[in-house]
Design a protein around this ligand. Structure first.
Ligand code: GLN
Length: 497
């Protein structure tokens, strides 16, 4: 590896601490690459070049003074634009928050700054994290760095594309139904959704509050553990933040898989799964066997209800969370109003995009008098069945292995007019959110079209450490995570949307 922008987070940190390179040099190398490639990839909606350089200089001078530095010393990080950053725009890629700069820092942002990271800017997403392709962003679609005529996945598509195109050393995303894991899979990088409650949601703009979780998107599994070490902590400002002590997620990483039992859930290998994805994931299972793990078939019988359950719970919570954007409390305010009702309705009509409006309508319907029992209550009951499925499965196996997404990255525009087809692209990721368990996506192959394929591992509640250990063993035994898009792929393509 020759360029600083190509380094993983942990490599950046150790080179800086060994004084082989300065934080400023690393930051400038990334900023230069961003100014060259972001106009094509559109991973960032805000780049804070000045702030990043000033911060890197400050870190260099503290190193020169012999200060003891934090776990993310000098690592340039991209933050998804639904995570609040003090004084830096936080738009959720929505017109309604176009001019919003939060008066406070999200807990995870505070944590990475305390650990001496450098924030490069804010990354693009589907508006309010609702989508699987970033096509729902009000500020334009992010391109997949492996093929710019394709989507990068979503909703954390900007963060995943930034890592794949070497526009950040590490990134933060958020995952309500797959938004960290699915774009990580489609961009050939690592994405970890931690156990619900492991990472504070304070300062994450709420979508589905009982499902949302912030997590790392990185170039390798070690980096995912390193970043989780910093952001996983109990936070009194988030009532669902877990008091459980946080282990050191990188200390236990090893490659021996003897005695580890891995389940292949049969429901995740059925209709709709592309053959290329299936054979890559089955090859990964064979690799695990070689490493000493035992592979067993397992069943998660309620899987077929996951998408329907999710789209009731997530939209119900979303319509309630989004009620604060009314032109008074927050966000865009219409110019054209004659009374208070018109102020609310026009501000919202002008500020929200079509997918967000669709979700508000679905959620309002699910919660309305007369329908509440049939939809929301029923969905909440079915949700308990997913938890039971997983609890029972994890009595038998340590982790589960399955695809992350049924297909590699699709073309821009391919599913944009068919919401149901788009919703189905999260079929394998949604259950982990409904059950609150951790899941990680990591690269496991390349399709005949030259697109990355991701596999997903899931573990039991608060077994994030075990999850990372199993992921690491595979990564160390293979080289999928080292593959990057060919430089000539990173070009503006005429056939791109
Ligand atoms: N794609 C799913 C949705 O549209 C999940 C999004 C997410 O995890 N934020 O709701």
């Amino acid at each position: 590896m020759s360029e600083l922008y190509e380094l993983s987070g942990h490599e950046v940190r150790s080179r800086i601490l060994r004084r082989e390179v300065s934080a400023e040099e690393v930051t400038r190398s990334l900023l230069e690459r961003i100014s060259k490639l972001n106009p094509i990839i559109h991973a960032y909606v805000t780049v804070d070049a000045e702030g990043a350089v000033a911060r890197a200089k400050e870190i260099d001078s503290r190193i020169a003074d012999g200060e003891k530095m934090g776990e993310l010393c000098g690592i340039p990080i991209a933050v998804k634009d639904n995570i609040c950053t003090l004084g830096m725009p936080t738009t959720c890629s929505s017109r309604i928050l176009e001019n919003f700069s939060p008066p406070y820092e999200a807990t995870v942002v505070e944590a990475i700054l305390e650990a001496d990271a450098v924030i490069l800017g804010k990354t693009n997403l589907d508006e309010f994290a609702m989508g699987s392709s970033t096509e729902n962003s009000a500020f334009g679609t992010t391109r997949n760095p492996w093929d710019t005529s394709r989507i990068p996945g979503g909703s954390s598509g900007g963060s995943a594309a930034a890592i794949a195109a070497d526009l950040a050393s590490m990134a933060l995303g958020s995952d309500t139904g797959g938004s960290i894991r699915q774009p990580a899979a489609l961009c050939g990088v690592v994405g970890l959704k931690p156990t619900y409650g492991r990472v504070s949601r304070y300062g994450l703009v709420a979508f589905g509050s009982s499902l949302d979780q912030i997590g790392p998107i990185t170039k390798d599994v070690f980096d995912a553990g390193l970043l989780l070490n910093v952001i996983a902590r109990h936070d009194p400002k988030d009532s669902t933040s877990a008091p459980e002590p946080t282990p050191n997620y990188v200390a236990g990483l090893k490659t021996d898989m003897t005695g580890v039992k891995i389940g292949l859930p049969s429901e995740y290998f059925g209709e709709g799964l592309s053959e290329d994805v299936e054979s890559a994931v089955r090859a990964a299972a064979a690799k695990y066997e070689e490493l000493g793990a035992e592979i067993v078939d397992i069943s998660l019988p309620h899987t077929e209800y996951a998408v329907a359950t999710y789209y009731i719970i997530a939209t119900a919570e979303a319509c309630s969370n989004l009620s604060r954007y009314d032109g008074v409390h927050y966000g865009h305010r219409t110019e054209r109003k004659s009374d208070i009702i018109e102020l609310y309705s026009r501000s919202r009509a002008e500020g929200f995009g079509p997918e967000v409006k669709r979700r508000i309508m679905l959620g309002t319907h699910a919660l309305s008098a007369g329908y509440y029992d049939a939809y929301y209550l029923k969905a909440a009951q079915v949700r308990a069945l997913f938890r039971r499925d997983f609890d029972e499965a994890f009595e038998e196996v340590d982790v589960m292995l399955c695809p992350t997404s049924p297909t590699p990255a699709f073309k821009i525009g391919e599913k944009a007019s068919d919401p149901l087809a788009m919703y189905l692209s999260d079929i394998y990721t949604i259950s982990a959110n409904l059950a609150g368990i951790p899941g990680i996506s990591m690269p496991c192959g390349i399709s005949p079209d030259g697109l990355p394929i991701g596999m997903q591992l899931m573990a039991g509640t608060f077994d994030d450490e075990k999850l990372l250990r199993v992921a690491y063993a595979y990564e160390q035994a293979t080289d999928h995570h080292l593959k990057r898009p060919a430089p000539d792929a990173l070009q503006d393509r005429k056939d791109a949307g």
